[in-house]
Design a protein around this ligand. Structure first.
Ligand SMILES: NC(=O)c1ccc[n+]([C@@H]2O[C@H](COP(=O)([O-])OP(=O)(O)OC[C@H]3O[C@@H](n4cnc5c(N)ncnc54)[C@H](OP(=O)(O)O)[C@@H]3O)[C@@H](O)[C@H]2O)c1
Length: 303
């Protein structure tokens, strides 16, 4: 980490996909700052090991795991219910979990997996947690939504008429890129809505760079071979990959600042189409329909 941040023992964070890779490194950094960290993940067995490791390494006992399969809307709703039963605030939500280049298959709700896990899962999760985030943010101390996208969004195309890629020839790369593009559009729309309401919650999106993690388990074998041999040279470590996420989650530089696409801790321009407010709005409305949120009009959801 290029910077040292102040301890934040009174803050609570949720990190999705904190059982591995960038999410694990992010959860560890936040725990080191003294935060109460809740890892949301879909792997109970792995989670126990991960929790013990983070507690041991950070000497922070306020690290826990709550089951959340982002490929299941029922599981997301259950996670939110269990979290709210704890009666704790929520200052940082890190939407990090993801899958890449998985073969064509569906989530429990019948969504194409990249769309369902990477995008719609986080869309629903964030919306269900917005009331707690809004209650937890205060002037000068905003709650923060940090969403992990990817440079792959630059080659993404949003097919609003067929988000699930059900027609034509399925491309795992195209599906991954679309999910990451959707996350950028979602963040910009969310930030606009939050700002319009004068809430003390910000939303930013980050690109971690190319990071040596298991995310690449489904890519072409040649790429995996290059990663195995030269990964240490060409790829960031998971800890380096987590820097920008942690920066967005805690830096005083970004107090009250949202709607930024961050790469290497700096604001960067995302794909031109992500700034199209009409497209942001259309995607939001479609996502509400797909996730069963009560109303396509954001005012109703964000009330
Ligand atoms: N690595 C890169 O070069 C790179 C580049 C750009 C963007 N990113 C983004 O960074 C994020 C983290 O990726 P990573 O590289 O750290 O990959 P990773 O090591 O494979 O970690 C992904 C995490 O997501 C979790 N996850 C997957 N499916 C889930 C589900 N249905 N419900 C809940 N959790 C689920 C995984 O849990 P299990 O391990 O238990 O399955 C794991 O903890 C992703 O959003 C990815 O798109 C990565």
């Amino acid at each position: 980490m290029n910077r040292v941040f102040c301890r934040q023992p009174d803050r609570v964070a949720i990190v999705t996909g904190g059982t591995d890779g960038i999410g694990f490194a992010t959860a560890k950094y936040l725990a080191r700052l003294g935060m109460h960290v809740i890892i949301a993940g879909n792997n109970d067995a792995k989670a126990q090991e991960v929790i013990c490791k983070i507690r041991e390494e950070t000497l922070n006992s306020k690290v826990e795991f709550l089951y959340c399969d982002l490929g299941s809307m029922a599981s997301i709703r259950q996670f939110v219910h269990k979290f709210k039963m704890k009666n704790v605030p929520l200052h940082v939500l890190v939407n990090n979990a993801g899958v890449m280049m998985v073969p064509q298959r569906q989530t429990k709700d019948g969504f194409e997996e990249h769309l369902g896990v990477n995008y719609l899962g986080h869309f629903l999760l964030t919306n269900l947690l917005l009331d707690t985030l809004k209650e937890s943010g205060s002037p000068g101390c905003s709650a923060r939504v940090v969403t992990v996208s990817s440079a792959t969004h630059y080659v993404g195309e949003l097919n609003l008429d067929d988000l699930q890629d059900s027609r034509g020839c399925y491309s795992p790369h195209g599906a991954y890129a679309q999910s990451k593009l959707a996350l950028v559009l979602f963040t910009y729309r969310l930030q606009r809505l939050l700002a319009a309401q004068g809430s003390h919650v910000t939303a930013n999106v980050v690109d971690p760079g190319v990071v040596n993690t298991d995310l690449y388990r489904h890519v072409f074998w040649g790429t995996r071979l290059v990663k195995r041999v030269l990964g240490w040279l060409l790829f960031k470590t998971p800890e380096e990959g987590a820097w920008t996420t942690v920066y967005a989650a805690v830096t005083p530089d970004l107090e009250g600042v949202g709607g930024r696409y961050l790469y290497n801790e700096k604001e960067t321009r995302s794909l031109q189409v992500t700034y199209d407010q009409k497209l942001q709005q259309q995607l939001w409305a479609t996502s509400c329909q797909l996730t069963g949120l009560p109303d396509g009009s954001p005012g109703a959801i964000l009330r």
